[in-house]
Design a binder for this molecule. Structure first.
Ligand SMILES: Cc1ncc(COP(=O)(O)O)c(C=O)c1O
Length: 399
């Protein structure tokens, strides 16, 4: 399975030429050839704007763009009318959070968790500042897990109007129990937003079953292009416009405008057409994946890596949740993670170091930063072995 995957990711061949192992898929995944080829083909041979021209080329561009919406909706088991194309996860969260600036009052609460990426923290902080609503945090325990009882106690007085939680933490690797959180939100009448940025590479969300109000992810973390996000909205009629401009109107006069209904109302201006078009062929690839096998493969790499690094003195994993699949954040006592990752880079290992856009979380865990290895479908046991060997060599140099 893995060998076949590797040949379908053209960048692997380039990485192999320089004997580089890519272990930063949590930041962005490598791109699958279906997405690369279709994006290139559209830009080279079929470029035209959407929802505008009456000529055939534009009609075809619109058809392909809308086909991607249909395919993504089918993939996520929802309706195309519930899918908005955005620039990415950050953009999606901002769109929804800004709408809550018009919906919340001083006595309302917003609930997020301590493990959120800055993209799912700062927008809600801004909503709280703008409305006077209170921003509540569900704490992360020493393993890196959330506690459902604590979530329930925070929701209990029915003043939380929106809860926004990551499906999987980009730093701790924790996979959250969205179904249970959804049940609690339903019970206490809070809307639920789920940041799926990290989870979508290891599972196929069934949004009808999950029954959340909002779900989002970036295509670039799911083997697709940069600059495209997918935002699922259960009830789009309740979401106010985020930006206005061309492409979303019914009638405009000098003083008033009437707007379209449906997802198009959230997509003013010229969208990332080639990026969206490439999602169609990407979904064909995604539909061939067996996510149970993928999880098993990535978890095996994670476990091996954790086991081998644990044998080295001073190993400090950041996050030890039993739900982890493919993210290992760590430090070694007395060693700066940036120094470690620089030496790893010199030995052909691409790993991220720093705060991973979770500064408050790391501060709570008592560290300023850490190294992070993240595994994907194209990584192998040999990649882990190379990492472990290089860590040992680097530590000899640093200690
Ligand atoms: C959990 C999580 N949320 C949000 C984001 C932001 O995604 P993007 O930069 O694609 O908008 C990331 C990116 O790393 C992430 O890991």
């Amino acid at each position: 399975m893995i060998q076949q995957f590797r040949s379908e990711f053209p960048q692997i061949e380039e990485l192999d030429k320089t004997q580089t192992v890519y272990l930063d898929s949590a930041a962005t995944s490598l791109k699958h050839k279906s997405a690369l080829e279709s994006q290139h083909d559209f830009e080279s041979n079929a470029a035209s704007n959407v929802h505008r021209g009456s000529y055939k080329l534009s009609g075809e561009a619109t058809r392909k763009y809308e086909l991607s919406r249909e395919k993504i909706a089918k993939y996520l088991n929802c309706s195309p009318d519930q899918i908005v194309f955005t620039k990415g996860t950050t953009d999606s969260i901002n769109i929804v959070a800004n709408d809550f600036k018009n919906k919340l009052k001083r006595d309302d609460c917003i609930l997020i968790s301590e493990m959120e990426h800055h993209a799912n923290l700062i927008p809600w902080q801004q909503v709280a500042l703008a409305t006077g609503a209170q921003l509540l945090y569900c704490s992360v325990d020493s393993n890196g897990d959330l506690n459902l009882e604590e979530i329930e106690s925070l929701l209990k007085n029915n003043s939380v109007k929106i809860t926004s939680i990551c499906h999987m933490s980009n730093t701790l690797g924790t996979l959250n129990d969205v179904k249970s959180i959804q049940s609690l939100c339903e019970k206490y009448k809070s809307k639920l937003f789920v940041d799926g940025a990290q989870a979508v590479s290891i599972l196929r969300p069934d949004l009808t079953k999950m029954d959340v109000d909002f779900y989002t992810f970036s295509a670039h973390k799911l083997f697709g292009p940069f600059g495209v996000g997918v935002l699922y909205v259960k009830n789009l009629a309740q979401l106010g416009l985020s930006q206005v401009g061309g492409g979303i109107i019914d009638v405009v006069d000098f003083h008033t405008t009437s707007f379209l209904e449906g997802p198009q109302k959230m997509e003013p201006g010229t969208p990332n057409i080639s990026g969206v078009v490439s999602l169609g062929p990407l979904v064909n690839f995604l539909e061939t994946l067996n996510f149970e096998e993928i999880k098993h493969h990535e978890k095996k790499l994670l476990d091996l890596c954790t086991k081998e690094l644990s044998k080295i003195e001073g190993f400090e994993p950041i996050g030890t949740s039993s739900t982890k699949i493919n993210i290992l954040s760590f430090n070694f006592k007395g060693v700066h993670p940036n120094d470690l990752c620089e030496l790893l880079d010199e030995q052909g290992l691409a790993l991220r170091s720093g705060h991973h856009c979770t500064q408050p979380l790391l501060k709570k865990m008592g560290v300023a930063g850490c190294a992070r290895a993240s595994f994907s479908i194209y990584n192998t046991k040999a990649d882990v072995e190379k990492l472990v060997k290089a860590v040992k060599k680097s530590l000899e140099m640093l200690r």
